[in-house]
Write a protein that binds this ligand. Structure first.
Ligand code: FES
Length: 77
């Protein structure tokens, strides 16, 4: 099912990016552009991320640093 119809991004693709370390809608946007056109999908992306799609989310919620993970993502982009 499509999450972002502007860029044809599916729920599975968003989950895969989350598994690879994208914990916020902005990081999902960096990975696949979802949410960067009309923006109507951002709330759905937030909902997906909030449902445990991102394994690092739990650490972030506990206050642990997730910056190492985002640094790695930026280098890969
Ligand atoms: S539906 Fe995702 S940016 Fe428009």
């Amino acid at each position: 099912m499509y999450v972002c119809s502007c860029f044809g991004i599916t729920e599975q693709q968003v989950k895969r990016h989350a598994e690879n370390g994208a914990c916020t809608p902005r990081q999902i946007a960096s990975a696949c552009k979802a949410g960067t056109d009309c923006g109507s999908c951002v709330r759905r992306i937030q909902a997906l991320l909030g449902r445990g799609a991102c394994p690092r989310r739990e650490s972030a919620d506990r206050g642990a640093s997730v910056f190492a993970a985002t640094d790695t993502l930026d280098e890969a982009a």
